[in-house]
Design a protein around this ligand. Sequence first.
Ligand code: HEC
Length: 134
Amino acid sequence: MNISAGKLIVLIMSLVSAPAFAAGGLDEAFALYKGSENLSFDANRGKDLWAKKYPGEDGKERECATCHGADLTKAGKHAKTGKPIDPLAPSVNKERFTELKKIEKWFKRNCKWTLGRECTNQEKGDFLTYLSQL
Ligand code: HEC
C-alpha cells in the first residue's frame, strides 16, 4: 500500500462531508425552521399568510405583495424606494432561496416591516413552502 495516512484522512473526510456541501439554502432553511420541535409546514397556510393584510404605522395596509407584487413570476417594486425587485418565484428566478443568510436577512426585515414583528419559525417555514413551489 502506498497511500499515506494523510491522504487517507483527506479522502475519508471528503466522503463524509459531501452531503453537507450538497444541501442548498432551502434545505438549510427548512432544517433551521423545523428545529428541535420538528415543525411541519404547509403551502396553503403560507399562501394565506402571504395574502394577509396588516395595519402599517403610516395608516396604510401592508402585505407581502406591497413590494413583491401580485404575480410572483414578475418583478415587484419596493414600496418605499420604488426600486424594482426581481421575481420571487424560483421557476423564473434560479437565484431564489439559494442562500440561508439571504433568506434569513430578508425574512427579518420584511416581517418587521409588514407584520410589525419578526416571523416565527412556523410562519417562515410555511412562507417558504409556498414560495419555493412557485
Ligand atoms: C418593503 C418591501 C418588501 C416587503 C413588504 C416584503 N419584501 Fe420580501 N424582499 C424585499 C427586498 C428588497 C428583497 C431583497 C431583494 C431581492 O432579493 O430581490 C426581498 C427578499 C425577500 C426574500 C429573500 C429571497 C431570496 O432570494 O432568498 C424573501 C424570502 C422574502 N423577501 C419574503 C417576503 C415575505 C414573506 C414578505 C411578507 C411578510 C415580504 N417579503 C415582504 C422587499 C420586501
